[in-house]
Design a protein around this ligand. Structure first.
Ligand code: ADP
Length: 416
């Protein structure tokens, strides 16, 4: 194993795994650390569900993942978080990145969330989602990690003990040598992190080439695009022919959506507008015991085509549920119910499952007990099909804000 990746949620894990696979790395995703990795992986991505945990627990889980990767021979490490820098004021990006640096006996890392292919760019340390500042985008209403400051130097500084600086576009656009020199200057100036500006994939490739030898990289999946080429140039690995797009298995399919992100809300509306079967979960009714997984499963069993079961709701409904139940309980009720439904669907023979939402995907994959996921090519940027190793079960784990309006039916290949 060359590269060990620690991802703070499950959709982030499949996102970066897909990026690496696309450039010829053989990648597997692990969702638990009980067994050694399969022998034929250039990169192993550990999928954690640590983004919204208390910082101490996120640090503990991330250090355990690092130790496992070190024990199995990884040479370089990558801490993967969301391209919208999803975090709370307390963390967990800063605390986890600092703990990883310390454990690796390193003193500096770049922080590069940019993913231009999905409209996430960073300029002067400010994150844009399409044409909007992060703080004006739908991320300001995220149920668990609302992002109300687009200045990432300030956001990361608030979560970190060490100093946070900026690796500006003026430097990045000059290429790898200039980036290397600036990293040395920042490190000598006692900076622990630098937010890396990046406006396009050329910036990401330059950053990957300049920083490929850093013990720890931190970022979204975009920075990983250029890593296989940087590693191949150093003869650290031999790119394999990328596997073809994974033909989804025949058989029953379903979509589970626990994301309230705008893209997922549009995808849910698109599905319903096309008159496809859809079942809505309401956290207030779940809390009152008025409905549950059993009812949704009975309904799904009566359908003769792929179903959508969703809790996705607009900000005013989310706010009402959170006011009544608290954000954590509202989220957990939905996650637990969708996890039960996933188990029931798999038991009933569903073979292809599209899941929308990072936390949601974590809950679902853990409930399904899928320990190792094999990674295919992308359905859209950032979302590959994966297969639960040794099982006839295909999973597409979609980060809430990814994908076009027709993503759900595209993922299922219109095969119904
Ligand atoms: P994303 O990828 O968009 O961030 P996540 O699954 O990570 O999506 O997070 C969405 C969170 O919102 C989950 O914890 C989910 O259970 C919760 N949630 C979903 N629907 C509702 C709702 N109607 N009210 C309150 N919380 C909800």
């Amino acid at each position: 194993m060359l590269l060990g990746v620690i991802a703070d949620d499950f959709t982030g894990a499949t996102d970066i795994a897909g990026m690496l696979a696309q450039s010829g790395m053989r990648v597997t995703i692990r969702t638990d650390l009980r067994h050694p990795p399969t022998a034929d992986s250039d990169a192993v991505v550990i999928a954690l569900k640590s983004r919204t945990n208390p910082p101490q627990q996120a640090v503990r889980d991330s250090l355990a993942a690092l130790e496992w990767l070190q024990d199995h021979g990884a040479l370089r490490y990558y801490f993967k978080y969301c391209s919208t820098f999803d975090s709370s004021p307390r963390g967990n990006i800063g605390p986890v990145a600092e703990a990883l640096l310390q454990a690796l006996d390193a003193d500096f890392a770049i922080a590069c969330p940019a993913l231009p292919d999905n409209g996430r760019t960073v300029y002067q340390g400010h994150l844009f989602v399409g044409t909007e500042l992060l703080s004006d985008s739908g991320m300001r209403d995220h149920p668990l990690t609302p992002m109300r400051d687009a200045n990432l130097v300030r956001v990361l500084q608030a979560q970190s003990h060490g100093k946070v600086g900026l690796l500006s576009r003026a430097t990045v656009s000059q290429g790898a040598a200039a980036i290397r020199a600036e990293c040395v200057r920042l490190r000598d100036g006692q900076y622990r992190f630098a937010i890396a500006d990046a406006l396009d994939n050329a910036d990401l490739f330059a950053l990957a080439e300049a920083c490929a030898e850093h013990p720890l990289l931190t970022g979204g999946s975009g920075l990983a695009l250029g890593l296989p080429a940087a590693y191949a140039a150093r003869r650290w690995f031999q790119p394999a022919v990328a596997a073809g797009p994974w033909p989804p298995a025949d058989g029953a399919a379903a979509v589970l959506a626990g994301s309230c992100s705008q893209a997922t809300q549009r995808q849910v509306r698109h599905w319903i507008a096309a008159d496809r079967p859809a079942w809505r979960l309401d956290p207030l009714r779940l809390a009152a015991g008025q409905t549950g997984a059993g009812e949704a499963l009975d309904w799904a069993a009566a359908q003769r085509q792929p179903v959508l079961i969703y809790a996705s709701a607009p900000p005013e409904d989310v706010a009402a549920a959170q006011l009544a139940l608290g954000p954590e309980r509202a989220g957990q009720l939905v996650e637990a119910c969708l996890a039960d439904i996933a188990r029931g669907l798999a038991a009933a023979g569903v073979r292809r499952l599209v899941v929308a939402g990072g936390e949601t995907s974590g809950a679902v994959v853990q409930a399904l007990g899928a320990e190792t996921l094999r990674v295919g090519l992308a359905i859209c940027p950032g979302v590959p099909w994966t297969q639960a190793e040794g099982r006839p079960l295909w999973l597409a784990l979609k980060s809430g804000n990814f994908g076009a309006d027709d993503f759900f039916s595209t993922a299922l290949g219109g095969s119904y």
